[in-house]
Design a protein around this ligand. Structure first.
Ligand SMILES: [Zn+2]
Length: 82
């Protein structure tokens, strides 16, 4: 089980989106969930709803890039019912 950085909900890895912190470039999306480095997890609901301020709290200077990557990633996933 992994914990979402925004809402603190725990969920299986497969249901969360992983981000990894690259020493040179900061946080980036890790769709495979296997990249080496310090990881953070965010649930799909939070990935879609998190404000820039909330992303900045978790991802600092990478917030804008993370937001763009999350939005691109989510648009590739089929919308969930409900
Ligand atoms: Zn969440």
């Amino acid at each position: 089980m992994r914990r979402c950085v925004r809402c603190r909900t725990t969920a299986p890895k497969a249901e969360l989106v992983r981000l990894v912190r690259d020493a040179d470039r900061g946080w980036r999306l890790d769709p495979s969930g296997t990249a080496a480095g310090r990881g953070a997890w965010i649930c799909p609901d939070c990935a879609a709803r998190a404000s820039e301020r909330e992303l900045k709290r978790a991802f600092r200077g990478s917030a804008a890039a993370v937001a763009a990557e999350l939005s691109a990633h989510l648009s590739e996933r089929p919308a969930r019912e409900g």
